[in-house]
Design a protein around this ligand. Structure first.
Ligand code: WT7
Length: 643
């Protein structure tokens, strides 16, 4: 149950939007359900294939092969095929630098020229089909160029997000044994610099597989270059051959590895392959994001995450779109930077995360009012459940009340959207990702392994294979099987809890490991958080279950207040009342801690383990190095002591 679940408001697709949408016929759902393989084959036919497949799907759980025998190339689809369709002079990439004065654009032809040259550079350094290349770059055009160059020659890329540390980079290089690392001198963000090359050098002290390092000069900082190993990108490009034909890749050849920080232990190397992945990101970009030729589409995610892979690069480019890549942060040089970017480039589609929306909410609407956002026609959200109040705020203040919102549920593992509205068809309810994308079958199971029919809550699963699904964990097929395919047999175990309502809409309640059990009641931390942020005094909240002798777990809520509101006993009473009102008395927090900040990873995920540790008074909070700002830990301890 979420803050407004008792009377969820229904938002119908605006008529004008629906009549122009890429898909507007609800029959697509039934057609896909009748024959999901034919549905996906239809989508795959919208791509370029050197050779068509012999068989749509071979499914030997948990091993899937899509478009078996088909030959294609992802970079060819994203570049050459677009040029063949007359998009040579169309802008493919709009790059906006950290400084507002810094930016450039690439047409499809210009981007292809760079990619072909860099593909030749990679080849000259020993890159070849099947051999992973590690990439550790800022959000600069050389990043999509490097990805597409890898895809062109069939060398799988492994991108490591630029804010990762030297040791995280080292682990990721060593796991895939890359021989080439592409990096930059430094990464400017928000007016500050991350010393990428310095981190890379530190990582490479213990990463023996790397033979060659390519260094992009982004800031011009003087960095040490190791003779025989390190070379500058611009110098290599100046000498590179211009033409590089695209490799004819098997549909199931590896496209990339992306490490996903598992909550504990070693990161998982999520493996995505060629034909199926491209089919799903292409189709969902056109259907969910409604991308058309006239659009200027901005996905705010960093390319170092799956959202950037799928919905900044491969999805929009394979659909012939104009994609915006932004190097900076929302607050630099001023807190209206995003709205400035939207106005400047006349962005029509914005795809971002609830955490960003909530932080803008905290700042109020002044910044928005300074800018003309009338170009926007569609909004998207991804990454975590969006509480209805943030949804409404986004709808009203960013979308001017006229833009549909697509709340897209998916994962690094799924490659592309799985549960999401289609903006021209699906009526939306704030806080719900609505229904599975056509061709996707979701379900709910209880802990005992029984499938839940109709309305109810349980563990989310996906019941049929889908083209963008991960194929394995790199060099660890056993962990792949155990993590995703063992719990309920031959269905994909998502790791999220969800509720299905009377209309068959899914409400993701968060990771299953974040579900609390309080006196035998299952309560999701996300539900309590959603209730709390429904109170006008609350800007953000994070809830954890603290081990409790009586109840199994007791609910502890960390709360950031709006603006200059201050915590008080009265407010604690009010917030308890709010939770009781929205969910029930059993969900009232045992303790509410007012805090100025929450411990988040660099990708904006709240580290609940730390919150749990602080709430339980643990002295040793374990590894805090993945925090964006490690100093919040002390602030949290103080907040708690003050309580
Ligand atoms: C987890 C996947 C998918 C790209 C970004 C994150 C949560 C994601 C939603 C959403 C509720 C969501 C889930 C999922 N999540 N999107 N729209 N509503 N929860 O990728 O790091 O692989 O994380 O993010 O818990 O399992 P990821």
């Amino acid at each position: 149950m979420s803050e407004e679940q008792t009377t969820p408001k229904l938002y119908e697709p605006p008529e004008e939007f629906a009549s122009n949408a890429n898909v507007s016929d609800p029959a697509v759902y039934e057609e896909a359900e009748r024959d999901y393989k034919s549905f996906w084959a239809e989508r795959a036919r919208e791509l370029h294939w050197f050779r068509e497949w012999d068989e749509v799907l071979q499914w030997n759980p948990p091993e899937a092969k899509w478009f078996v025998g088909g030959k294609t190339n992802v970079a060819y689809n994203c570049l050459d095929y677009q040029i063949e369709q007359g998009r040579g002079d169309k802008v493919a990439l709009v790059w906006e630098g950290d400084e507002p004065s810094d930016g450039t654009t690439y047409t499809y032809s210009e981007l292809l020229a760079e990619v072909e040259k860099f593909a030749n550079v990679l080849k000259s350094l020993g890159a070849e089909k099947g051999k992973p290349v590690s990439i550790y770059l800022p959000m600069i055009p050389e990043l999509p160029v490097a990805m597409l160059a890898c895809a062109r020659i069939g060398a799988p890329h492994s991108i490591v997000f630029g804010a990762f540390s030297a040791s995280a980079l080292r682990d990721r290089i060593n796991d895939c044994e890359a021989t080439i690392l592409v990096t930059a001198d430094a990464a400017p963000r928000g007016g500050r610099k991350t010393p990428l090359k310095q981190n890379a050098d530190e990582a490479l002290e213990d990463a023996p597989s790397i033979e060659n390092v390519v260094v992009v000069r982004r800031t011009g900082d003087d960095v040490p270059m190791q003779d025989g190993r390190d070379r500058y990108y611009d110098e290599l490009m100046a000498d590179a051959e211009e033409s590089c034909p695209a490799e004819e890749m098997d549909s199931e050849d590896l496209l990339f590895i992306l490490y996903s920080s598992g909550s504990t232990g070693k990161p998982k190397g999520i493996v995505h392959t060629t034909g199926g992945y491209l089919t799903q990101v292409n189709a969902t970009t056109k259907w969910t994001m409604d991308l058309k030729d006239e659009d200027v589409y901005w996905c705010t995610a960093d390319i170092g995450w799956i959202t950037g892979h799928s919905y900044l690069v491969y999805g929009p480019l394979s659909a012939g779109g104009t994609s915006v890549q932004f190097e900076g942060t929302p607050a630099y040089p001023a807190s209206d930077r995003w709205w400035d970017v939207i106005e400047k480039h006349k962005v029509t589609i914005l795809y971002t995360a609830p955490t960003a929306i909530r932080s803008f909410m905290k700042g109020g609407t002044e910044d928005l009012e300074k800018h003309d956002l009338s170009s926007l026609r569609l909004l998207g959200t991804v990454g975590e459940p969006i509480n209805p109040r943030a949804w409404e705020w986004y709808h009203e203040n960013v979308g001017g009340g006229r833009c549909p919102i697509v709340d897209t549920w998916w994962q690094t593992e799924t490659g592309g959207h799985m549960i999401t509205p289609l903006p021209g068809i699906t009526p939306t309810k704030p806080g719900s990702a609505t229904r599975p994308f056509p061709g996707i079958e979701a379900g709910l199971f209880d802990e005992e392994g029984n499938e839940i029919e109709g309305e109810g809550s349980g563990n989310l699963v996906i019941k049929k294979p889908w083209p963008g699904m991960l194929r394995t964990l790199y060099k660890d097929p056993e962990r792949y099987r155990e993590t995703y395919w063992e719990k309920y047999g031959d269905v994909y175990f998502v790791g999220d809890g969800a509720r299905r309502d009377e209309d068959g809409y899914y409400w993701i309640t968060g990771r299953i490991d974040d579900v609390m059990n309080v006196s035998g009641h299952r309560i999701s931390t996300a539900e309590v958080e959603s209730a709390l942020v429904g109170h006008p005094a609350v800007a953000e909240s994070a809830v954890i279950g603290r081990a409790d002798e009586d109840k199994g777990q007791a609910i502890v809520a960390y709360v950031i207040l709006e603006g200059d509101r201050e915590g008080s006993d009265e407010l604690i009473q009010e917030l308890n009342g709010q939770v009781r009102k929205v969910i029930g008395a059993h969900a009232r927090p045992q303790e509410i801690i007012f805090t100025p900040d929450l411990p988040k990873t660099r990708s904006g995920k709240i580290m609940r383990r730390i919150l749990r540790g602080v709430a339980e008074g643990q002295q040793d909070l374990g590894d805090t190095s993945t925090l964006a700002d490690p100093s919040v830990v002390d602030a949290l301890k103080e907040s708690r002591a003050a309580n």
